[in-house]
Design a protein around this ligand. Structure first.
Ligand code: SF4
Length: 294
């Protein structure tokens, strides 16, 4: 089937990708087209991961209007330290479930689409899982992309802020930053992790003059509390002009079958998505803080 992989559509059902507001168009993708590095024993692989000579990839695709401007190659890295209750991709949680891809193979793949990216003002996006979990690989690919004149975008929760150096930040043009909740208690409930690294990463991006599209998943009764939304807005204010807009992503149940397939107890089994009225209220809250909201 060449580059096409008939199964890839079911491997990644990203919240935003399935959102009606975004007419995403996935052109091709999957896990095909990458040679796995051969002859690496476990120790070699760990070393190569640390240096960024290889990365573990869940899947990739070429899309429009989803993960940043223009036509983009989005690479979904394996591994995530968080355990969001509303995760649509629990199959990306374990790094070892991904496919090892060499830095050279990834750069070659990007180079192949370079003209398309430039013609559409698109580029490369790293998503996940948590893209920052493989910071050496991601940042080296970004450096190569910048040298080719290609736009770069990091889709992240910022949870691993400390793993991403100032030098690495230099090669990010745009960050899709998930601000999953506005206070520590709700953040922990929603993700199992802590909020502060997200704030720290957003502030570092802003200081470095980078652009941010904030993403906030709206789950009735979990993240929808008025005060929680206010606190998310206040966090976004700390990033100042760096924030170009906020995506309010309505919760949906498209990820449920994956939890079942993986036999992981799904905490939002009977959770409903937000009503139009709730969505309008949250949108207005962010707008009252001066943000453009999608
Ligand atoms: S950050 Fe949350 S939603 Fe994203 S992959 Fe990790 S657990 Fe899933």
């Amino acid at each position: 089937m060449g580059e096409q992989d008939a199964g890839f559509r079911s491997t990644k059902q990203h919240m935003l990708r399935e959102s009606k507001e975004y007419r995403s168009q996935t052109l091709m993708g999957g896990l095909s087209g990458f040679e796995s590095p051969i002859g690496l024993d476990r120790r070699d692989r760990i070393r190569a991961l640390r240096t960024g000579d290889i990365g573990f990839v869940h899947s990739w695709d070429i899309n429009t209007s989803v993960d940043g401007p223009g036509t983009r190659m989005t690479v979904f890295m394996s591994g995530c330290p968080l355990r969001c209750q509303y995760c649509q991709n629990p199959d990306t949680w374990k790094m070892r479930d991904g496919k090892p891809v060499t830095l050279e193979a990834m750069i070659k793949k990007i180079d192949r689409y370079a003209d398309l990216f430039k013609a559409t003002n698109g580029g490369i996006t790293f998503s996940g899982g948590e893209s920052m979990m493989q910071a050496p690989f991601v940042s080296r690919v970004f450096r190569a992309a910048k040298e080719m004149g290609i736009h770069t975008c990091l889709d992240t929760s910022g949870f691993l802020n400390k793993d991403y150096t100032d030098e690495m930040i230099e090669d990010i043009d745009l960050c899709l930053l998930d601000v999953k909740s506005g206070d520590e208690e709700t953040y922990r409930k929603v993700t199992g992790g802590v909020l502060q690294p997200t704030i720290d990463f957003g502030e570092r991006l802003a200081k470095a003059g980078k652009k941010i599209w904030v993403r906030f998943v709206l789950v009735p009764g979990l993240t929808s509390d008025e005060e929680n939304v206010e606190n998310v807005a206040k966090i976004c204010e700390r990033f100042g002009d760096a924030v170009e807009h906020i995506d309010v992503l309505p919760f949906h149940q498209l990820g449920r079958p994956k939890w079942h397939e993986l036999r992981i107890p799904y905490p939002l089994e009977d959770q409903k998505g937000p009503s139009q009225a709730l969505r309008a209220r949250v949108k207005e809250q962010f707008e009252n803080h001066g943000f453009k909201v999608y």
